[in-house]
Design a binder for this molecule. Structure first.
Ligand code: NAD
Ligand code: LMR
Length: 341
């Protein structure tokens, strides 16, 4: 019995993510919350002949808290893609003004109505919204760092796809052999493609320095590619829904005892996850995306990261650059909830 709630379920990501979740036989209830059209999306999905029961929840007016409460009670997993997407010329951090408040209030409700749930944050800027979620959960005395994940899977999905193009190598043979660490924006996104000996050899023999640089740039700025191509009509929705589903499925697989193949990263509070405290000290940042192994409750069991993951000088340099940008976003998130001291 697994209840999954999606907050922001009627949006570009939300609708496709809801459909993908509806198709997963391990989900028994799919609860769709949005400030508009959640009920319509739920009725539509409820005609799909898969086991999950789809329910829709949307507030009648601004003072109505019952819809959110009813959507959350009993949830095992809460996924948050609520908020505004970028337009051309904007950075993800430009979304902070609007999305910080949305994420904080939704997480406040999670703390009240389903404090035990696993929480997956998609809303941008992830580098800050996850920090906001953590601080809000702390305020409500229910922060478990092993249950809070910033969804950065899209960066890995892009890295796998683009590397497959560059190497002319089957994408299914790349999955599980590379990862992406750091954060989720521009220079905080650090692809690590020398973890596996076989892939590392092919990369070294086939990728010229120019093509390597091009590959890294596409992974770091893949989001911009989509924002520009959609010319003001939003950012990545379909690839993100796939990525968000892939991460959710990884957790569901852990809960139901199925094998997980990929090195799935997520942006987490490092000191709170086994293996993360030492890495956090070494890096000098508290939040960082790293690959994770999950236990049978879907919680982060340990981080999967060792010294062999960073074998090239350019990778170490990228990590240094990522840390600088991350530190600013982390402080911004902390100040939003706690104010300046
Ligand atoms: P969208 O505008 O299509 O959908 C957002 C939905 O959120 C809308 O249906 C809206 O009604 C809803 N919403 C707004 N405020 C809400 C609230 N208080 N409670 C519940 N629902 C609320 O946007 P989208 O394209 O689906 O993107 C959503 C977010 O995901 C954006 O912030 C975007 O930047 C982010 N995103 C993250 C990643 C990632 O890799 N983590 C990738 C792509 C997009
Ligand atoms: C992405 O990486 O596609 C998302 O974070 C959306 C964006 O704003 O680029």
């Amino acid at each position: 019995m697994v209840k999954v709630t999606i907050a922001g379920a009627a949006g570009g990501i939300g609708q496709t993510l809801s459909l993908l979740c509806k198709l997963n036989p391990d989900i028994t209830e799919l609860s769709l919350y949005d400030i508009a059209n959640a009920e319509g999306v739920a009725v539509d999905l409820s005609h799909v002949n898969s086991p999950a029961r789809a329910t829709g929840h949307q507030p009648r007016d601004k003072s109505d808290q019952d819809a959110l409460k009813n959507s959350l009670i009993g949830s095992d997993i809460v996924i948050i893609p609520a908020g505004v997407p970028r337009k051309p010329g904007m950075t993800r951090q430009d979304l902070f003004k609007i999305n910080a408040g949305i994420v904080r209030s939704l997480v406040g409700a999670v703390a009240k109505y389903c404090p035990e749930a696993l929480l997956l944050i998609i809303s941008n800027p992830v580098n800050s919204t996850v920090v906001i979620a953590a601080e809000e959960l702390k305020k409500n005395n229910c922060f478990n760092p092993r249950k809070l994940f910033g969804v950065t899977t899209l960066d890995l999905v892009r890295a796998e796809t683009f590397l497959s193009y560059e190497l002319n190598y089957p994408v299914e043979d790349i999955r599980g052999k590379i990862t992406v660490v750091g954060g989720h924006s521009g220079d905080t996104i650090v692809p690590l493609i020398h973890i596996n000996t076989e892939i590392s050899k092919i990369v070294s023999s086939k990728l010229s320095p120019e093509r390597l640089e091009n590959f890294i740039h596409r992974v770091q700025y893949g989001g911009d590619e989509v924002v520009q191509a959609k010319s003001g009509k939003g950012s990545a929705t379909l690839s993100m829904a796939y990525a968000g589903y892939r991460f959710t499925e990884t957790i569901l697989n852990a809960i139901t005892g199925k094998e997980n193949k990929a090195l799935e990263p997520a942006y987490i509070y490092l000191p709170g996850v086994p293996g993360g405290e030492e890495l956090s000290r070494k890096l000098g940042v508290e939040y960082f995306a790293v690959p994770i192994e999950f236990d049978n409750k879907g919680e982060a069991k340990r981080i999967i990261f060792n010294n062999n993951f960073i074998s090239k000088n350019y990778e170490a340099q990228m990590i240094e650059i990522a840390k600088k940008s991350l530190t600013k976003s982390i402080v911004q998130g902390q100040l939003f909830v706690n104010g300046s001291k």
